[in-house]
Design a protein around this ligand. Structure first.
Ligand code: ZN
Length: 136
């Protein structure tokens, strides 16, 4: 498994794919469109966007949507999440929510998360964002 830091070019590519994905977001309630792009350990880049619902609790985040998309492509036993970039249409600071952090943890114990922080783009590991992730 490749856990080395991503290159600047890889990070930029993930941000670009995530930015393209947010154009597909379905966010009529919050107007907060989010795109995500994951890099799997085998090198695939897979995108996701948020999909809201009139019953708000049924909405799904871009990060989990991208992970589900990658699993469809690779199979759950083979999918290992190396990195994920998250962007939003408001261009505001936004890291993955708690639910997404747990799902990222499930598929990438060393995953790197690229997101817009208070002072620009940041890269943190899932262990930094979720220090005691739940495991069975
Ligand atoms: Zn989320």
């Amino acid at each position: 498994m490749n856990t080395s830091a991503l290159t600047e070019q890889q990070q930029q590519q993930l941000i670009e794919v995530a930015t393209e994905a947010l154009k597909s977001a379905y966010a009529p309630y919050s107007q907060f469109r989010v795109g995500a792009a994951i890099l799997t350990a085998r090198g695939d880049i897979v995108a996701g966007c948020n999909v809201e619902n009139a019953s708000y609790g049924l909405s799904i985040c871009a990060e989990r949507n991208a992970i589900a998309n990658a699993i469809i492509r690779q199979g759950s036993d083979k999918m290992n999440l190396r990195a994920i970039a998250v962007v939003n249409s408001k261009n505001v600071s936004c890291s993955p929510c708690g639910a997404c952090r747990q799902v990222i943890w499930e598929f990438g114990r060393d995953a790197q998360i690229i997101f817009l922080g208070e002072r620009g783009w940041q890269t943190k590991t899932i262990r930094e964002l979720l220090p005691a992730g739940f495991s069975l």
